[in-house]
Design a protein around this ligand. Structure first.
Ligand SMILES: Nc1ncnc2c1ncn2[C@@H]1O[C@H](COP(=O)(O)OP(=O)(O)OP(=O)(O)O)[C@@H](O)[C@H]1O
Length: 595
């Protein structure tokens, strides 16, 4: 086995952890403060019950050793029974309240994370592995919630028991107690050692788990490609590598945590020996006021301190892992969306006006500039087409128009109004998009169409389906779900669902990004006439590879590596005999050659 890398020290309770805990408290727990006080009250009762139990035991023992009165003994037994009944009741009520508090905190945390995630920019999802997001929303919130609720309440109960019982023991016999706690520095040292290592390794384990989940997501989503390419072995190896590293890291975390218990056990054995030895000496020596009942009670007290102390040690062993989880969750919360409504943003704009790009600069990353000074005008009410070689930036223009990304410089206006002065929802609501990556849910086709307009009537949905030539497929399939991501549908059927959605939402601006690329020519021709009806009188921007499909566009823009190199109508561009004409004749030859 390779040697694990040397671990850096990570403070148990850093400034960031303090800040995260404050955040957790103010957001999710402070509102429940009255209930937390109730829990604390019940925990205090439990602690006092223990102290009373000790005191009653001592009295009971004295009754046995000294007075021998059966009536007194019965009385002591009844009180001890009542004390434990009270403790039992508290042991039922405390988890009841804390389970409710923790599950509600998990619920609120998940709700906030979902809300926040929905506001984040598309860019966040394009750089973050989906496994990581799933992990935060599912497992990390769950573990943290349980820890915050039940584990913390138990730890407080244990701490209260330790404090009250120790206080009682100190009051009874400070010298013997001081003798018993000489092992304390050793326990503290072990706890520090454990938490340092757990904290670092837990962070690595969470990252590995996120990658593993992401791997599963990618492999299952791409199973068609995996199978056709015969890459099952490669994918198995990839996932196994993930599981192996999770196993190794979890071994490291848990083996380190397991160090806590034996060291506590060893310390407790040491303490018992000291108490029996020291206490025995005190009983035997006349200069101390200590009798047999006293030393038995003291030993019992030490047992009662050590059990909760062991549990407290376990709690502190698990604390660093949970601080790591809290930090991961907080980091998702700290992601700031940049595409939001500006102050004074309006929903009022001329959706039928011209869409103008003025001196637009944009790049996905600093080292790969895409547009530097792009000017374009998409006339309101007309059909404009963008063509160009692959990767020239066609789809990116549509992403900028819908503010999935913002320009780095320059501006985009609709009807003269800059789009970043508009409410994002109002802007996006003005578009119907039929794109290449169609999102299909595992629901019926009918429900999939209705997704864009849940309030639509049954008739409207059917009309849209008829126009997009998908109604027959709906009749044939009935309400059967279409499989995850529409796996049971053909590419053309998915495209027709997207087109039906565009018909249904009936937005004033239509963006078609390779909208008919997966259709056969006969269906494309039929849908083309429906699309012509859909786009009539509306502003329509079409991104197309198949140039024949945009020959009648009012204006065609030709892009090359982010630069606008030509623009005009189809016949004008053919006459210019430059890039467009070359692309067109290359495609035409390709079609002509086809049998
Ligand atoms: N989300 C992204 N993050 C980083 N780079 C991206 C992203 N999307 C696209 N790119 C890059 O930006 C460039 C333009 O991409 P875009 O999708 O706009 O091209 P396109 O002309 O629509 O191509 P195609 O015809 O192949 O669909 C490409 O080099 C692409 O690799």
């Amino acid at each position: 086995m390779s040697k694990p890398p040397k671990l850096k020290r990570a403070p148990l309770y850093s400034e960031r952890d303090k800040d995260n805990l404050r955040w957790l408290w103010t957001r999710y727990l402070r509102q429940k403060a009255p209930w937390l006080f109730v829990v604390l009250g019940m925990i205090l009762v439990q602690g006092v019950v223990y102290q009373q139990f000790l005191s009653m035991t001592e009295s009971g023992l004295r009754v046995i050793f000294e007075s021998g009165s059966v009536a007194d003994l019965v009385q002591v037994c009844i009180v001890v029974f009542v004390l434990f009944a009270v403790r039992g009741l508290m042991s039922y009520l405390v988890p009841r309240v804390t389970i409710w508090i923790s599950n509600d905190a998990i619920f609120q945390m998940r709700r906030d994370l979902i809300d926040h995630m929905m506001r984040l920019d598309l860019a966040y999802f394009e750089r973050t592995k989906s496994g990581e997001i799933i992990q935060r929303l599912v497992t990390q919130t769950q573990s943290l919630g349980v820890f915050v609720g039940q584990a913390t309440a138990n730890a407080v109960r244990d701490a209260v028991t330790v404090i009250i019982v120790s206080g009682y023991l100190i009051w009874k016999n400070p010298i013997l107690f001081a003798t018993a706690v000489v092992v304390l520095p050793f326990i503290i040292w072990v706890m520090n050692y454990v938490s340092d290592r757990v904290k670092i390794t837990q962070g690595e384990a969470e990252t590995a788990l996120g990658e593993y989940m992401n791997g599963i997501e990618e492999t299952t989503a791409g199973m068609r490609t995996v199978k056709i390419a015969g890459q099952e072995g490669v994918e198995t190896d990839r996932l196994m590598k993930g599981t192996r590293s999770i196993r190794d890291l979890m071994n490291r975390v848990q083996i380190t945590q397991a160090l806590t218990m034996p060291s506590i056990d060893l310390s407790s054995a040491f303490v018992y020996v000291l108490v029996i030895g020291g206490g025995g000496y005190m009983v035997l020596s006349p200069q101390f006021d200590m009798d047999g009942a006293g030393i038995i009670t003291f030993l019992l007290g030490m047992v009662m301190v050590f059990d909760p102390a062991r549990l407290l040690a376990m709690f502190f062993g698990a604390l660093p892992s949970n601080l790591v989880l809290l930090d991961r969750i907080r980091r998702l919360h700290d992601e700031v969306p940049s595409i939001t409504d500006k102050p004074g943003a309006t929903s009022e704009f001329d959706t039928r006006g011209d869409i103008v790009l003025e001196d637009v600069h944009f790049s996905y990353s600093e080292d790969q500039p895409l547009f530097h000074g792009l000017d374009m005008t998409f006339k309101g009410g007309q059909v404009s087409a963008i063509v160009g070689s692959t990767g020239s930036g066609k789809t990116t223009i549509l992403s900028l128009l819908t503010r999935l990304y913002d320009t780095k410089a320059g501006r985009i206006t609709i009807g003269g109004q800059p789009i970043d002065q508009l409410k994002v929802q109002a802007l996006r609501g003005a578009y119907s998009v039929v794109a290449q990556d169609i999102v299909i849910f595992n629901n019926s086709i009918w429900e999939n169409i209705r997704y864009v307009k849940p309030e639509a009537s049954e008739e409207e949905v059917w009309q849209a389906a008829e126009k997009a030539e998908i109604a027959d497929v709906i009749r044939a399939r009935g309400g059967a779900p279409v499989g995850p991501k529409g796996a049971q549908l053909s590419g053309g059927q998915k495209q027709r669902i997207a087109i039906a959605r565009a018909f249904l939402s009936d937005a004033p601006i239509i963006l078609l990004d390779e909208a008919t690329s997966a259709l056969d020519q006969a269906t494309e021709a039929r849908i083309k006439s429906a699309l012509d009806r859909l786009t009539k009188g509306k502003t329509c921007i079409v991104v197309a590879h198949r140039l024949s499909s945009i020959a009648d566009a009012d204006r065609i823009y030709v892009l090359e590596a982010g630069q606008l190199v030509e623009e005009g109508r189809h016949d004008q561009l053919l006459k210019q005999n430059r890039l467009y004409a070359q692309l067109y004749s290359a495609q035409k030859q390709g079609y002509d050659k086809k049998p």
